[in-house]
Design a protein around this ligand. Structure first.
Ligand code: VG1
Ligand code: CO
Length: 544
């Protein structure tokens, strides 16, 4: 076996976005492209030499090939041990769990999350630090800087290793351990949730569930936990075999893409509880019979009810939400006397707050919820939290949420995404909106009084690092809000996200359809940002 030093040239587009480096598969297949980025990780994360690494991905097209390349590079870069998921599979939360449990010096996760997979679709790579969380901006920027200078990478010429048997092998001096992460992950979940009580709920015969794994990575975890451990009927988990192209679909758990699941929750024969997760298993969608729980409400309900759930009975220290996430959690925090933090979009911003013990729970409007048990959002965790809650409260999902609204008010919420628009037009739109902000404050727009209008900037309360330009917020005096930002995970043109929120404290008025309540705000948003004129789009691509 030889270690080779392969000459290479920098690529100028390897800056990680909201969650790692995401590009089309074809870009990652460009000679040296993946290798350069991986070498930049090894060059900047020097503890990996002589240290240990977790490695796995969501199973999408190019996952296995990339793992073999990274293993050969890890060996050439002197990594002592690499823990790899069986079949090359690791959900993002399971990877975080393994990094923490086995105290490794970090992890490399191969995923483009909810983006489609296949030879013409997306791939991604992300480095997680030893706390199990996505690398903070200081680390991703260091990796990016290195990619701009790199002129060679190290790789051995070893044969492919067998990823499909649990066991140990070596590439040169480097120990490769293939592990079944379903076991480690299930153990962690059993510590946090009352499995016996959930088992009884399924055994009662009066409770049915459907979980849509969307042909993605959570299939094996969900089959084992829901059907084998908790006694849910066989067939409760649908689309449970991970596929390289996610069955041709978008592995994104929302009402648009998880339509099979949504149908299963509808009507008299609908299941009592529906849930889904995304490509890499960190997102979740929660449904009751004929009822959708917005992710922002889910975080608020979880916060308000944490004391009822096994792993959280001793209380929570605080809660955080990303800026565009609705303010439903803030209302709960206020009532419970908890600190509530507003962070920029992306899980990396929760890491410091979790490590410092300032928060126990956190979430994003984009179907992400999690806690201090790991440092990633965790789809299965959210579903198990709800199951535990349903088992304790013995109520339907809908009645739990409606009661919640009665106590705290309802934050109507919706998001409009304009995908794959022209990048320059999107940037000009944001610029022009930004220029208008000062003149908007205190003005009246269609009867809505503007309370504040700014470009969100965040100062991390733990390390005082500043992240500016994180999205434009326009808040109104009645508690409603419009937020505009450009996505940092897309791989084609730009994606404009418009987040809309309206607050309704009066229980008599909490039953209107969301579209109706949002109509005036949608109009304001479209006009203010001149969306149609600037992007040529009169309708969004996806509404969630
Ligand atoms: C999106 C979501 C964000 C989430 C990120 C990664 O980012 O809005 O809330 O953290 O995806 O999620 P953006 O920049 O496209 O809006 V995942 O499930 O890809 O790890
Ligand atoms: Co994801």
């Amino acid at each position: 076996m030889n270690n080779n030093n392969v000459a290479s040239q920098p690529f100028d587009d390897q800056r990680p976005g909201t969650s790692g480096l995401r590009k089309k598969v074809k870009v990652f297949q460009t000679p040296h492209y993946l290798e350069n980025f991986v070498q930049a990780i090894f060059d900047t994360q020097t503890d990996l030499s002589g240290g240990s690494l977790v490695l796995g991905g969501d199973g999408r097209f190019y996952n296995r090939e990339a793992i073999q390349i990274i293993l050969r590079m890890a060996a050439a870069n002197g990594v002592a041990k690499v823990i790899v998921g069986l079949g090359g599979l690791l959900s993002t939360p399971a990877a975080s769990c393994l990094i923490r449990k086995y105290k490794t010096d970090g992890g490399i996760i191969l995923s483009a999350s909810h983006n489609p997979g296949g030879p013409d679709e997306d791939f991604g790579i992300k480095f997680n630090t030893p706390n199990g969380g996505p690398a903070p901006e200081s680390v991703t920027e260091a990796i990016f800087s290195r990619t701009k200078q790199i002129d060679a990478y190290r790789i051995t010429d070893h044969d492919d290793v067998d990823l499909d048997q649990v066991g140990e092998m070596r590439i040169g001096e480097t120990l490769i351990q293939i592990v079944d992460s379903v076991i480690d992950y299930t153990e962690l979940m059993a510590d946090l949730f009352d499995f016996e009580r959930i088992h009884q709920l399924f055994n009662s015969g009066a409770f049915t569930m459907c979980f849509d794994a969307m042909h993605a990575v959570t299939g094996p975890y969900a089959k084992h936990i829901f059907e084998e451990r908790l006694g849910a009927e066989p067939g409760t988990v649908i689309n449970s075999t991970p596929k390289v192209d996610f069955g041709g679909g978008h592995p994104d758990p929302n009402l648009v893409h998880a339509h099979e699941l949504v149908t299963n929750t509808q009507g008299h024969n609908g299941v009592d509880f529906g849930a889904a997760s995304d490509g890499d298993g960190d997102r979740n969608m929660i449904l009751g019979r004929d009822f959708f729980v917005t992710p922002s409400d889910s975080l608020a309900v979880i916060t308000a009810n944490a004391h009822l759930v096994k792993g959280y009975t001793s209380g929570i220290s605080g809660v955080a939400r990303s800026m565009p996430t609705s303010q439903a959690a803030d209302r709960v925090a206020e009532k419970l006397g908890l600190e509530c933090y507003e962070t920029p979009t992306g899980w990396k911003f929760f890491g410091n707050l979790l490590d410092a013990g300032k928060i126990t729970l956190c979430g994003e409007e984009s179907f992400g919820t999690g806690s201090n048990h790991i440092r990633e959002k965790d789809g299965m965790w959210a579903v198990l939290f709800w199951l535990n809650l349903l088992a304790v409260r013995q109520q339907s999902v809908e009645s739990i949420v409606r009661e919640h609204w009665k106590s705290y008010g309802r934050n109507y919420y919706t998001r409009y995404d304009y995908e794959a628009i022209d990048k320059a037009a999107a940037e000009a739109l944001m610029q022009s909106l930004g220029d208008k902000l000062d003149s908007l404050v205190d003005s009246d727009i269609d009867g809505y009084q503007v309370a504040y209008a700014d470009n969100f900037s965040y100062t991390d309360p733990v390390d005082s690092s500043i992240s500016s330009n994180q999205g434009i917020r326009i808040g109104f005096t009645d508690g409603s809000r419009i937020v505009f930002r450009l996505s940092g995970t897309g791989t084609q043109g730009a994606t404009l996200r418009v987040y809309l929120e309206a607050y309704e404290p009066d229980p008599q008025k909490q039953t209107s359809p969301t579209e109706e309540v949002m109509k005036p705000l949608v109009t304001i948003a479209q006009n203010l940002a001149e969306i149609a004129q600037r992007t040529g789009r009169t309708e969004p691509t996806v509404i969630t």
